[in-house]
Design a protein around this ligand. Structure first.
Ligand SMILES: NC(=O)c1ccc[n+]([C@@H]2O[C@H](COP(=O)([O-])OP(=O)(O)OC[C@H]3O[C@@H](n4cnc5c(N)ncnc54)[C@H](O)[C@@H]3O)[C@@H](O)[C@H]2O)c1
Length: 351
C-alpha cells in the first residue's frame, strides 16, 4: 500500500485536494491519504471531508513545526509528501512574523532534513507550492522559471528559501503558483478575485466606492480546480498507478498559472463589476502602494509541455466568469453566517 501525506490538508488548497483524492480519481486504488493540520482556521473543512467517510483517510491534528516521535512515525510512512501547511499571504506573514518564519521556512527545512537523514535511499517525492511572490518586483515583463527571484515581502522570502531546501530532495516538484481563486471546503475570501466578488456583492446594497491602488499592475491567477488536477495527477503517477512513470516529466520547478486569466488589477475589477452589474463610476483610484510588488506575467510553457508529455488531462479550460459566478453564488448563499471569514486572519475565523 502507498501512503500520500498532505500537510495543511484542512486548508483552502489542501481540503480541495484531499476531497479530490478521496473521491473519484483514486477510486479502488490501494493507498492511504494521511492528512496533518493544526486547524489554524477551524475544523469546518475537516468536518466536510470526514463526511466522505473514506477508509482511505487518516487525519492527524498536529503541528508540523514539532517533529516528535508521533509525527516522525507519520512522516516515515510517506511515499509522496504534498507540503501545503503554512501561513499564507504577505499581510498575515507581516502580522505574525515570527510564527510565519517558523512554519513557512524552518518547518520545511526540518522536514527536508528529516527525510535526508532518515530515508536518504528511499526519499519520498516532495511536492511544494511556491508562490509567484518569490519573483517579487522583477523588471522582466515575462517570467520564466529561470528569471531571478527577488521577493519583497517576508512571505515571498520564506517561500523562496523553503523551496531552495526542497530542491535538495532527489524527487521534487515545486510549483510557483499564481493567485488561486474559486471554491473550497475551507473558503478563502481574501484571495483577490474572490475578495472582489464579495465586495461587488456587498456593493449592490449600498452606494459605497471601491478604492483601487496600483490598478495598472499585472496579476496572474489560476482556478483552484486546475491546481488540484495537476497535483492529483502527479500524485497518482508517483504512487505508481501508471505504468510509464509520467511523474518524471513533472520533476523540477514550474510556474503554475492560467495565462488566459492574465490581467491588470483594474481590468479585473471592471470585469467583475460588469459581470455583477456594478457601475464602473464607483471605482476610485488611490496612491497607496502594494508591499508585495507583483507586476508581471508568468510563462507557463514549461508546465504545459510537461503536462503534455505526461499525458495529463486537460487543464485551463474553465472560463474565468464561470468561476467568478460560482463564488458569487457562494457569497450570496452564506453571507451573514458567523463562520464566513472576511479576512485571512485567525482572530476572525470561527469553526
Ligand atoms: N492560495 C493561494 O493563492 C496560494 C498561492 C501560492 C502559494 N500557495 C501556497 O499553497 C499552500 C496552501 O495555501 P492555502 O491557500 O491552502 O492556505 P490555507 O491557509 O488555507 O492553508 C494552510 C493550512 O496550513 C495549516 N497550518 C498552518 N500552520 C501549521 C502548522 N504549524 N502545522 C500544521 N498545519 C499548519 C493551516 O491550519 C491551514 O489549514 C501554502 O503553502 C501557500 O504558500 C497558495
Amino acid at each position: 500500500m502507498k501512503n500520500i501525506l498532505i500537510t495543511g490538508c484542512a486548508g483552502y488548497l489542501g481540503s480541495k485536494l484531499t476531497q479530490k483524492i478521496l473521491s473519484n480519481s483514486f477510486c479502488g486504488r490501494d493507498y492511504q491519504l494521511i492528512g496533518v493540520d493544526n486547524l489554524l482556521w477551524g475544523k469546518a473543512s475537516i468536518n466536510a471531508l470526514s463526511q466522505l467517510c473514506s477508509p482511505h483517510f487518516d487525519f492527524h491534528y498536529r503541528d508540523i513545526t514539532k517533529i516528535d516521535g508521533k509525527l516522525a512515525k507519520i512522516l516515515l510512512k510517506a511515499d509522496v509528501v504534498i507540503h501545503l501547511a503554512g501561513y499564507v499571504g504577505a499581510d498575515l506573514c507581516k502580522e505574525r512574523n515570527a510564527q510565519s518564519w517558523e512554519v513557512n521556512y524552518e518547518a520545511t527545512k526540518n522536514l527536508v532534513d528529516f527525510y535526508l537523514h532518515t530515508r536518504n535511499d528511499s526519499q519520498p517525492w516532495f511536492v511544494f507550492p511556491d508562490t509567484n511572490s518569490s519573483y517579487g518586483a522583477s523588471k522582466e515583463p515575462y517570467l520564466t522559471e529561470e528569471s531571478p527571484l527577488n521577493p519583497l515581502s517576508d512571505y515571498g522570502k520564506q517561500k523562496m528559501l523553503a523551496a531552495k531546501e526542497v530542491e535538495k530532495m532527489k524527487n521534487h516538484s515545486i510549483f510557483r503558483l499564481a493567485t488561486l481563486f474559486g471554491l473550497s471546503p475551507r473558503m478563502r475570501l481574501d484571495l483577490l478575485p474572490n475578495d472582489l466578488v464579495q465586495k461587488a456583492y456587498l456593493m449592490k446594497d449600498n452606494q459605497s466606492h471601491l478604492e483601487v491602488y496600483e490598478g495598472h499592475f499585472w496579476r496572474n491567477f489560476v482556478h483552484i480546480d486546475d491546481v488540484v488536477s495537476v497535483l492529483a495527477y502527479l500524485t497518482h503517477s508517483v504512487i505508481g498507478q501508471d505504468e510509464v512513470g509520467y511523474a518524471r516529466y513533472l520533476r523540477g520547478v514550474f510556474n503554475l498559472s492560467d495565462s488566459r486569466y492574465d490581467t491588470t488589477k483594474l481590468a479585473l475589477i471592471k470585469k467583475i463589476f460588469s459581470l455583477f452589474s456594478i457601475d464602473h463610476s464607483r471605482i476610485i483610484t488611490s496612491e497607496k502602494t502594494d508591499p508585495d510588488g507583483r507586476n508581471c506575467k508568468m510563462s507557463t510553457e514549461k508546465l504545459l509541455d510537461a503536462l503534455n508529455r505526461a499525458n495529463a488531462p486537460d487543464v485551463f479550460q474553465t472560463p474565468m466568469k464561470d468561476v467568478l459566478q460560482s463564488v458569487y453564488q457562494y457569497v450570496s448563499l452564506f453571507m451573514g453566517f458567523p463562520y464566513l471569514p472576511a479576512k485571512n486572519s485567525p482572530k476572525e475565523c470561527n469553526d
